[in-house]
Design a protein around this ligand. Sequence first.
Ligand SMILES: NC(=O)c1ccc[n+]([C@@H]2O[C@H](COP(=O)([O-])OP(=O)(O)OC[C@H]3O[C@@H](n4cnc5c(N)ncnc54)[C@H](OP(=O)(O)O)[C@@H]3O)[C@@H](O)[C@H]2O)c1
Length: 168
Amino acid sequence: MSINLIAAVDKNLGLGKEGKLLLSIPEDMKLFKALTENNVVIMGRKTFDSLPSRKPLKNRINIVLSNNKNFHPEGVCTFSDKEKALEYAKSLKEDIFIIGGGEIYRQFARDAEVAFITYIDRDFGADVHFPDIFKKHEWKLESEEGPFDFEGIDYFFRKYKKISEKHS
Ligand SMILES: NC(=O)c1ccc[n+]([C@@H]2O[C@H](COP(=O)([O-])OP(=O)(O)OC[C@H]3O[C@@H](n4cnc5c(N)ncnc54)[C@H](OP(=O)(O)O)[C@@H]3O)[C@@H](O)[C@H]2O)c1
């Protein structure tokens, strides 16, 4: 069981604008599906609202955080407490993927040990950002693939690992 962050960011760590993704890259979507399928995904209510037809992601256990006690969409486990959500996710014994958005990445960054980041080499003027965690010495770039091209825009698949305190 591992706890992973997974996100696509622009060159300013931008994640989204007006409640939507900045760009949808088919190869990135494929990687997202391959990594998260048959595992557990945790997201914020706003990210859930942005999913196609507001339906849970198929073949994954969907956990959504909301402070609204009346928020109970079908096929989703809802929590209003971050630690309780994480405790439940861990009890499922599958890998856990934190899938956003900005508020959720900020809260779970300290719990995660791996981050799968698709880096898109463009500034999209986002209004929601990924936390600036990779400058911290505890996160190390483990691998990078790319550049790949999508409609004239370069992007990279990066994997970061958190160095455990006893080794740093
Ligand atoms: N590029 C990417 O990889 C990526 C991935 C995901 C999302 N996004 C984008 O990010 C944007 C959304 O991000 P966001 O930061 O605005 O919102 P978000 O993190 O998706 O959701 C925020 C909401 O989650 C709930 N929440 C957060 N922490 C909570 C806690 N500790 N306890 C209970 N509820 C909690 C609250 O819901 P209530 O208001 O219901 O209380 C809060 O308003 C969209 O533009 C989306 O497209 C991008």
